[in-house]
Design a protein around this ligand. Sequence first.
Ligand code: IPD
Ligand code: CA
Ligand code: CA
Length: 265
Amino acid sequence: MISENSGIETRFALARTLAEEAGKVAFGYFEARETLLIETKRDPQDVVSIADREVENLLRARVAEANPDDGFLGEEYGLIDGTSGYTWVVDPIDGTSPFVNGMPNWCVSIAVLYDGNPVIGVIVSPCHNEVYAGALGKGATLNDKPLTLDPKRTIRNAVTGIGANNYVTPAFVGKMVESLLDAGGNFIRNGSGALMLAYVAAGRLVGYYEPYMHAWDCMAGFCLVREAGGWFHPFPVDGERLTKGAPVLAAAPGAVEDLRRIANL
Ligand code: IPD
Ligand code: CA
Ligand code: CA
């Protein structure tokens, strides 16, 4: 019988290999981005191209080959339920807007959930040659260097990442920025929520808040942040809820209280 731990270990190795392979494929498209046909989804700011679809197809095929009983949720092609208890949650390219506009802030984000808990998180940032990897109880690393959050950092002495899309009103976004600034904080938005969550794990940002994101945007980052010693607000994962959006908040220990108050979570 395969134990839960060996199940995580083999999938962690696979997730790392796949993330790096997917990162190379995505980077090839990034370099040839002038030739890509850019389509829009919910609104003119919500873009997608063949690069997103090809990378997700590659990951789906490889996971199905290695672990046919695992579930798989990807942004472009949705959820396939599994029977093993493991579900892969993938954003083939997070930061598609920076990607198609020639900015380096995009990544491939791969999480594996076990009974809803993000037990594996791997994020690759090909333009920066960075690989973030973490697994339950094993810590988190950036290019194999262990990550540990500094409890002295707060929203007042460090920067908070924020994000927003058109699921939330301009007034709500204005209010959240105002509350953060009022509390003595400051913010950055680089166009990739998954990458900013990885930056929280790396101690570059002290927290990340976005009022409405999907599981594929945040699960890998959540695993990384927890393994680096931080906290994340629980994300609904039961059944179809996994495919819907919810507030996303993750933070280093010294920023949790302030950001929960600002986000009302
Ligand atoms: C988006 C990015 C962005 C965030 C949006 C996401 P995509 O993902 O993470 O930073 O603000 O909510 O939808 O479309 O680039 O995969
Ligand atoms: Ca995304
Ligand atoms: Ca995406």
